[in-house]
Design a protein around this ligand. Structure first.
Ligand SMILES: Cc1ncc(COP(=O)(O)O)c(C=O)c1O
Length: 440
């Protein structure tokens, strides 16, 4: 066969980039927390790909359950019931926040959010506005892209969905309101009340409990409870986007559990199947579920509730439990966090280290004024930043880490061991010396 990298490069799209300069590495196999290219080179997956390969590669139980379903019933219209669908729903009831009792199954995080927005607008009609944040990613189709606050939305403008209103985010390292925690009184959260009352017609608020691709921003402990209180008082639906933060990533089944918050709608994907198959889930509370008893649930896809994808959900939950991954994540998360904080002591180019569980970012700066190495504008223009050079260098050294304009996201598969964390940290440690040299 002609070089697969060449065919892939010429006949398929590399996403969120100019096609020129794309040289995709041909990956042939993977096992545990490692994947391998066609030359036999081994890479430690230090980001779980896109923060989604939560169980690592080659989990036999999940593979067997999927194979079994494929042999039994590979597809049936979503209008029918199947045992698999019942089992997926029952197993979700064991792990989701207790108030969420009904599920819509799709095939991606983007679709899970599209569903959530449509549901919130149907329930709250004629209210239609959705409050979102700047430092946010919710997906790549019309509604989810319009809610996305980062540079990826700019490409779509002006053809975005109407009715999106923004509030600032709890990004304490660079507070958008120029305030300091805790004297700020969590103004970024309390301001939501003002926005909802003055906008009028607000149907819902969508928030990543911990901002993901935009730099793993962990909010102060008061933040999410305040947002919950304000949305309840104003009778507005709270949607938490747990596409990245769900499924043990933070040491809890879902990140909202860290603050004892129950959203009205929770969206998730990625870790729901540990990415053995594409899955999206929109989970809603009883009140929303009951609304649709006498109102049409005006939504659906051909691949909605696909039996083979649903077979992965209970299998994955069984594995999370069998491997006691929530406890493992808490222990490994503490270790990883401590090791990253040690790096900060040694490298002046590290401005901030933040995270929870196995979900961390190091934010990189090029001077004492916290100037970033790259910006959203650079990304929008397709410019390569020093952080891109750094991640490329790490790949050469056998460590896969995904980066933003001026940060690295360190989020290994939840099964990672201390020894493998050490391997990743040591390589990052060495590689950061090159950025330190650019620090002024
Ligand atoms: C918080 C969040 N929401 C939504 C999405 C979109 O999910 P998908 O890429 O599966 O469509 C992502 C993807 O990274 C995400 O991180």
């Amino acid at each position: 066969m002609e070089d697969p990298s060449k065919i892939v490069r010429e006949h398929t799209f590399g996403t969120w980039r100019k096609q020129k300069g794309w040289e995709p590495i041909n990956i042939v196999k993977a096992d545990g927390v490692y994947f391998y290219d066609s030359a036999g080179k081994k890479y430690l997956d230090f980001s779980s790909q896109l923060v989604n390969v939560n169980l690592g590669y080659g989990n036999n139980h999940v593979i067997k359950e999927i194979e079994h379903q494929l042999e039994n019933l590979q597809y049936i219209s979503p209008a029918f019931a199947t045992e698999t669908r019942a089992k997926a729903a029952s197993s979700l009831l064991q792990v989701m926040p207790r108030n969420l009792t009904k599920f819509f199954f799709s095939t991606s995080g983007t679709e899970a959010n599209e569903g959530a927005i449509k549901i919130s607008r149907l329930v709250k009609k004629p209210s239609y506005k959705v409050v979102a944040r700047y430092r946010a990613y919710h997906g790549s189709t019309l509604a989810s892209m319009s809610l996305t606050g980062d540079y990826r939305r700019w490409f779509t403008e002006p053809n975005t969905m109407q009715g999106v209103v923004r509030i600032p985010e709890p990004y304490c390292y660079r507070c958008p309101l120029n305030l300091k925690y805790p004297d700020c009184g969590i103004a970024c959260a309390t301001y939501l009340d003002y926005v909802i009352k003055n906008e009028g017609n607000v149907a819902s608020v969508i928030i990543e409990p911990i901002t993901g691709t935009n730099g793993v921003v962990v909010p102060p402990k008061e933040y999410l409870p305040i947002i919950r209180k304000i949305t309840s008082e104003n009778n507005v639906i709270l949607i938490t986007d747990e596409v990245m933060t769900g499924w043990g990533r933070t040491g809890e089944w879902f990140a909202v559990n860290n603050w004892n918050v129950e959203p009205d709608i929770l969206t998730t994907a990625k870790g729901a199947s540990a990415s053995y198959l594409p899955i999206g889930i929109t989970a809603v509370n009883k009140e929303i579920a009951e609304f649709f008893e006498d109102n049409i649930f005006a939504h659906g896809h051909t691949f909605e509730a696909h039996p083979v994808t649903l077979a992965a959900i209970p299998a994955v939950i069984e594995e999370y439990k069998r491997l006691d991954l929530l406890s493992h994540v808490k222990a490994m998360g503490q270790y990883l966090g401590d090791r990253l904080k040690e790096l900060k002591e040694r490298h002046k180019s590290i401005g901030d280290v933040r995270g929870m569980g196995l979900f961390w970012a190091i934010e990189l700066i090029k001077d004492s004024k916290k100037t970033p190495f790259g910006t959203y504008e650079d990304k929008y223009e397709g410019k390569s930043t020093p952080v891109d050079v750094l991640t490329k260098r790490l790949m050469n050294d056998g460590i896969y880490v995904f980066g933003g304009p001026s940060w690295l996201v360190i989020s290994p598969p939840l099964i990672i061991s201390k020894e493998d964390i050490d391997i990743g940290i040591e390589k990052i440690d060495e590689t950061l010396n090159s950025l330190d040299k650019q620090f002024t």
